[in-house]
Design a protein around this ligand. Structure first.
Ligand code: TXA
Ligand code: MG
Length: 337
């Protein structure tokens, strides 16, 4: 199959909507990362997503809608807390996990009794959902296990020959995926993302953070099956460093890796960069963790190959820093210097 990459013009969005209505797959831009979309109400179309990504069948998909009202037929309950969060954060990078209705096929929810719902802020995604006339199931448009794609080129690198069309809407603005919050019981943060824990707590009071957000998944049954898989992993080895002697640990590891003939590169905050002079480094952020979020997946892809060891500085786990650390920890397989 030939994979076309087309700019997200009105004409091409209509073409994409036609493919979706016929049960096909389209990669679409969203404000977080690119998504691989199919008609969420069509079991076969949804199966094709799993096949194209090589995604484990027990990992459920997020259903994307174009208006808050479209959430109602897809869930068995839309609690008051969901209404408050929808008013505050939709359209935007928040996925709410709610008890599902019978409309949602088992393949979407991977057999769970819940469905993840999200109203994306990207105008192309919303236009595409509206024109397709159906809710769209869409995981990140990467091969399973790889860093999520923040550009159309990243999608092509992973899915060339596997899907007919990629709509190019430019680079994603947020850079990490949506926040996944379960409201099937007391509010439970399953994945930190574009909406911060602090923002959620500002409206809901205390939100429990699932243990798997910052630690390897240990339990028998994952509240969010995505937590148990290897994630965001380039082929290069990733190692994290933190603490008061972080810079010293990184320079020592870099120098010894070089001596062993490895190709190391450092991912750092701008204010630490002078300490790494003479070594290969990339500045992950200057001002704040939002910039780190925007650039992380890009660096994980671009540095993979030219380098085979990435030494990454820990970020403070506040605001978007928590979302970035969640991804960095998984790409490092939780290994520290
Ligand atoms: O920003 C995003 O969320 C992007 C864009 C394309 O919208 N999508 C995305 O999808 O990141 P995906 O499939 O790569 O990640 C969805 C995560 C997985 O960890 C999955 O296990 C979890 O959300 N999830 C989906 N439905 C769920 C449910 N019913 N219960 C618990 N977790 C769920
Ligand atoms: Mg994903």
């Amino acid at each position: 199959m030939e994979t076309k990459v087309l700019p997200a013009t009105q004409e091409n969005i209509e073409l994409a909507a036609g493919i979706l209505r016929e049960g096909g797959l389209v990669a679409m831009p969203t404000e977080t990362v690119y998504g691989l979309a199919a008609n969420a109400l069509d079991e076969w179309a949804v199966q094709a997503i799993f096949a194209a990504k090589g995604r484990p069948q027990d990992n459920p998909l997020i259903v994307h809608i174009a208006t808050t009202e479209e959430a109602l037929p897809l869930c068995a309950q839309f609690p008051f807390a969901a209404r408050i969060l929808a008013d505050a954060f939709w359209p935007g990078p928040l996925t709410m996990v709610l008890p599902k209705s019978e409309l949602v096929p088992g393949a979407v929810s991977a057999g769970l009794g819940t469905v993840g719902l999200r109203l994306p802020a990207h105008p192309v995604a919303r236009e595409l959902i509206s024109r397709a006339g159906v809710p769209l199931a869409a995981p990140s448009a990467n091969l399973s296990g790889r860093p999520s794609p923040t550009t159309a080129a990243h999608v092509l690198a992973d899915l060339n020959g596997r899907i007919p069309l990629i709509l190019d809407g430019g680079p994603a603005g947020v850079g990490v995926e949506s926040t996944v919050l379960s409201l099937a019981g007391p509010p439970l943060l399953l994945r930190p993302g574009g909406v911060t824990l602090e923002e959620l707590e500002g409206l809901l009071g205390e939100v429990t953070v699932h243990g798997a957000v910052l630690a390897p998944f240990a339990g028998q049954e994952a509240a969010s099956p995505g937590m148990k898989y290897r994630h965001y992993a380039p082929d290069a080895r990733v190692l994290l460093a933190g603490g008061p002697d972080m810079v010293a640990k990184i320079t020592a590891a870099y120098d010894s890796a070089k001596q062993k003939g490895l190709r190391p590169c450092i991912l750092c905050a701008a204010h630490n960069a002078p300490a790494y002079a003479g070594r290969d480094f990339r500045i992950l952020y200057r001002d704040g963790p939002e910039e780190a979020a925007r650039r992380l997946f890009l660096f994980l892809r671009e540095l993979d190959g030219p380098y085979n060891l990435l030494l990454a500085e820990e970020l403070p786990k506040e605001g978007m820093g928590l979302s970035v650390m969640n991804r960095l920890l998984r790409s490092a397989g939780f290994s520290w210097l």
